[in-house]
Design a protein around this ligand. Structure first.
Ligand SMILES: [Zn+2]
Length: 332
């Protein structure tokens, strides 16, 4: 409790109560609340059965629909401000009456068409801590991008096709934006569909040819080429075939690749290009917001809250969970 603010878990969802109103923050189920905030359209943040007052970006509602979640149109509230959270297209953080700031998934570093978000000051901070452990320190995205381009160039010189793998919503659009200067470049159908929706939403993405079309037209025989594929396909038959038939190599992009103990999805090359804050960014966010009370959620919530307490902050983990392996590839 801080003044009139109360934050608790109900039915597995974060509920922030301010004065006489409740806000369910990225609820996992249709919990009873006055308002429902949906930070972005990743499936671990969207509950499709919500009927009440939705606070969200228009982009998130459209992208959620694309993924099979029909949500009511979002409303606006006088005392509520949504901030860009820099995570994926349409992602937002929420500031309730200048008091409670919930980040949702957050990334502070500009990447391609995603800009560095602005942060408010707030008394209560509820912060995602996916990478809230000092072992997660990401290099500058520009350094990673230049390494990837150099490696693609080396592959192209040798006539080797490259498969770029990332999470289909968010990372795949970023990879499209960053690497579609290379020709020819193809993409798998579900990435093309999401790219098209994002293009309608104003993201400047080049139109790519579909993998199936390229295959039908015999274009895969003309090496090299680039294929954009979802990260979950890394162990699929398709990738096995592409490796065997065309000697393709796979590139994978995620913050998790920094942890060799838990990460092994068989990619040939891995790059820690993440759509989240790393440990140092999380500390910077906390210091900037200057909260009196901090709640940590997701990933290294317990460890990060302990670090914050050592720094003198009043911090506690809302979900005291080590990241579980099954969570790793939901959002990276
Ligand atoms: Zn996410």
């Amino acid at each position: 409790m801080t003044g009139a603010v109360e934050v608790k878990i109900r039915g597995g969802s974060i509920i922030a109560k301010y004065r006489d109103k409740t806000f369910a923050l990225d609820p996992k189920a249709p919990v009873n609340s006055d308002y429902y905030f949906i930070s972005h359209a990743h499936v671990d943040h969207v509950c499709g059965r919500l009927k009440g007052n939705i606070l969200s970006s228009r982009e998130t509602i459209i992208l959620a629909k694309e993924r099979g979640y029909n949500l009511p149109d979002p409303i606006m509230l006088e005392d509520v401000e949504l901030y860009d959270s820099g995570h994926i297209i349409g992602s937002r953080s929420i500031l309730i009456d200048d008091k409670i700031f919930y980040t949702g998934d957050l990334a502070m570093r500009p990447r391609g068409f995603l800009k560095a978000p602005k942060l408010p000051k707030a008394k209560v901070l509820i912060i995602e801590t996916t990478y809230g452990h000092p072992k997660y320190l990401f290099p500058n995205p520009a350094t990673i991008i230049s390494k990837v381009n150099k490696l693609i160039s080396e592959m192209y010189e040798r006539g080797v096709p490259v498969v770029l793998c990332g999470y289909p919503l968010g990372k795949a659009q970023l990879l499209t934006y960053l690497f579609s200067t290379w020709e020819p470049i193809y993409a798998q159908e579900n990435i093309l569909k999401l790219n098209e929706t994002c293009r309608i939403l104003g993201v400047p993405l080049k139109k790519l040819k579909s993998y199936h079309e390229a295959k039908r037209e015999g274009l895969l025989e003309k090496r090299p080429w680039i294929l954009l594929a979802p990260s979950y396909s890394l162990r699929s038959n398709l990738i096995k075939v592409l490796k065997k038939k065309y000697e393709a190599v796979t590139f994978y992009f995620s913050g998790w690749v920094l942890d060799k103990k838990i990460y092994n999805n068989g990619a040939d090359y891995s790059f820690p290009l993440s759509d989240h804050c790393d440990y140092s960014d999380l500390i910077k966010v906390v210091n900037f917001v200057e909260p009196e009370k901090i709640f940590t959620v997701h990933g290294y919530a317990k460890e990060f809250s302990m670090e914050l307490r050592k720094m003198g902050y009043d911090a506690e983990a809302l979900f005291s969970s080590q990241p579980l392996l099954k969570e790793f590839y939901k959002s990276d």
